[in-house]
Write a protein that binds this ligand. Structure first.
Ligand code: PLP
Length: 496
């Protein structure tokens, strides 16, 4: 049986997995979801001894079944190898009464590496499979982490170009320096005067722009997406939820079949949706905890059924979650409507026209598997400090959000807090938390000075990617107004 993918806004728009990956977003503006959800035998007596790679293969084979088993094995081997600084790929640590799933052992020390280290392989293999000879142009808006991870994955991959837009002033110094020093003949990084939502909206518009689409084809090019809107980015993320469960069974922390919770620091709703997909595959999950920062649009949504982006936008210490339009929620909405493409499309259109939508009572009753809450800037800082004091463990601000919300909710089931970044990616904020110090000296301290102090204080070895980063040559200098993003794309690609 081949798994087909349909658009959330037009169910008659169906693709194979490889076509959906290649395309990224559906032409009607919807997101691709499986028509029939695949079935997998999750036998943890066996899986507890499986490697991360073996579990990734199991998941990818189930969802992306127009790739052969050999193709998947080869892609998984290339993706989850030496680029990770932990042989376990996603190590699980115990922290008091709960667990931390560390997803930051890849090249760019944030969880985006989990999927973006395999996406370029999926994409180029998908092009081959479908006889596509056009150059694939990856167009991406980033709140800081996707951009670098996508560039690291796609740099110098033949037949591809990658253009990354990020909010100038909306990312950490380390994140920005990581992006601006990215090497590769085919990468282009552009800062915009605007926030992430503006960047993401403009990218979506370019994807749906018919004139631009035809102009690209004339130049033997086509767009694709490395955002979590791409199903090729979402599905690889299912693997680590199953892997985490397997580790808990293996170490006797839980019995096979026992329900657990995951607390996920959430922005675009990709990571937590992957957890939901793992649950749909049969993983024993009690609740998914959707943790937000001060941009708490999702907390309100899960509590009231009203999604309202008409609110102040805050730049916080967890910038990768500074998002008011969580794109992947559309995939959940589609399910809540019993896969009604018309209702889904109407709700999402209301969001872009009026800035809000309200789901029905019946839809709200189906949200029981989720619980949501948020953390303020002070609460994040305190969480970092207390966790270090009590457990000698250093949280990054994103993970601190999820850890804080876990503590607020105090679930009785065993809970895994998903850790999405290394503390070295946001050293200044982390150090301020650890030292509980907001004096002028610490506030004016640079990220790189903070790295050194953090290393001394925490004793955590410096990740490879941070060593030498401060001195690395800045290779990208373009900054433009948000309104000129399309012009910049046309210019860079030399469209005629
Ligand atoms: C992207 C990101 C998030 C948010 O993940 P979503 O899939 O967008 O919800 C959280 N933390 C970090 C560090 C990230 O890079």
């Amino acid at each position: 049986m081949v798994t087909f993918y349909q658009s959330t806004r037009d169910k008659s728009n169906k693709k194979t997995a490889s076509q959906a990956i290649l395309q990224g977003l559906a032409e009607d503006g919807g997101l691709f979801v499986p028509v029939d959800f695949p079935k997998v035998d999750l036998d943890f007596e066996k899986l507890k001894n499986a490697s991360y790679q073996e579990i990734a293969e199991l998941v990818l084979k189930a969802f992306f079944d127009d790739f052969s088993a050999d193709e998947i094995k080869s892609m998984v081997t290339k993706a989850y190898g030496e680029k990770f600084d932990s042989p376990e790929i996603a190590p699980l640590k115990r922290l008091g009464n709960h667990y931390i799933l560390e997803l930051f052992h890849g090249e760019t020390i944030a969880f985006k590496d989990m999927a973006l280290s395999i996406l370029p392989h999926l994409m180029t293999q998908a092009a081959k499979k479908n006889g596509v000879t056009n150059e694939i142009v990856i167009l991406t808006a980033t709140s800081g982490d996707t951009g670098k991870a996508a560039m690291a994955g796609f740099a110098d991959v033949p037949q591809t170009k990658i253009i990354v837009f990020y909010p100038k002033g909306g990312v950490s110094h380390i994140q920005e320096q990581q992006m601006l020093t990215q090497k590769g003949e085919n990468v282009h990084v552009v800062g915009i005067d605007g926030n992430f939502d503006q960047a993401q909206t403009a990218v979506k518009e370019m994807f749906n722009n018919k004139v631009l689409h035809d102009q690209l084809l004339k130049n033997n090019k086509q767009f694709s997406s490395a955002n979590s809107m791409n199903i090729g980015r979402l599905i690889p993320q299912v693997a680590y939820y199953i892997y985490a469960y397997a580790q808990l069974v293996k170490t006797g922390q839980i019995t096979d079949g026992e329900e657990i919770n995951f607390s996920v620091p959430t922005g675009n709703f990709g990571n937590i949706l992957a957890a939901y997909y793992a649950k749909k595959l049969g993983l024993p999950v009690h609740q998914l905890i959707c943790a937000s920062n001060k941009n708490n649009v999702l907390t309100d949504f899960f509590k009231t059924g009203l999604y309202d982006k008409n609110r102040e936008f805050y730049v916080t210490s967890s910038p990768s979650m500074d998002i008011l339009v969580s794109s992947n929620l559309e995939r959940l909405i589609f399910e809540l409507t019993d896969e009604n493409d018309k209702v889904t499309s109407d709700l999402l259109t209301a969001l872009s026209v009026e800035g809000h939508y309200q789901i029905s009572k019946e839809m709200i009753t189906k949200l029981q598997g989720f619980v949501a809450d948020w953390a303020s800037e002070d609460e994040i800082s305190k969480e970092i400090q207390e966790t270090f004091e009590n457990e000698k463990y250093v949280l990054d601000p994103h993970t601190a959000v999820a850890n804080y919300v876990y503590h607020q909710i105090q679930p009785k089931e065993k809970t895994v807090v998903v850790s999405t970044a290394s503390p070295y990616k946001f050293p200044k904020v982390v150090l301020e938390g650890l030292e509980n110090d907001k004096t002028e000296l610490s506030v004016n301290r640079d990220d790189f000075a903070a790295v050194k102090s953090l290393e001394k204080l925490s004793g955590i070895p410096l990740p490879k990617t941070v060593i030498g980063l401060e001195e690395a040559e800045v290779l990208h200098h373009t900054v433009i107004p948000a309104a000129e993003m399309q012009k910049e794309v046309e210019k860079y690609l030399g469209l005629k």
